[in-house]
Ligand binder design. Sequence first.
Ligand SMILES: [Zn+2]
Ligand SMILES: [Zn+2]
Length: 82
Amino acid sequence: MNYCRLCNGISLENQTCFICMGILKDQGKIYDFYDDYSPYMEIELNKLADGDPESFQKSECVHLFVCEACGTQQELKIFYGC
Ligand SMILES: [Zn+2]
Ligand SMILES: [Zn+2]
């Protein structure tokens, strides 16, 4: 399956904060926050669009998480189909 489970509303197990082990809350896709702002993201998007099936299989979705306990913002890669 080639989609991000978080984006499709299918919950993953709780992600934990690497600082305090608190519960991380999903704030949504990072693309929604940075849009056409980050050159890093442009590279990632171009890689997806170049039609290379191998890179497409490695597709991932980056989500922004916030720790409920300490408020730390963390970006986590959600790999498709896993
Ligand atoms: Zn996603
Ligand atoms: Zn924390």
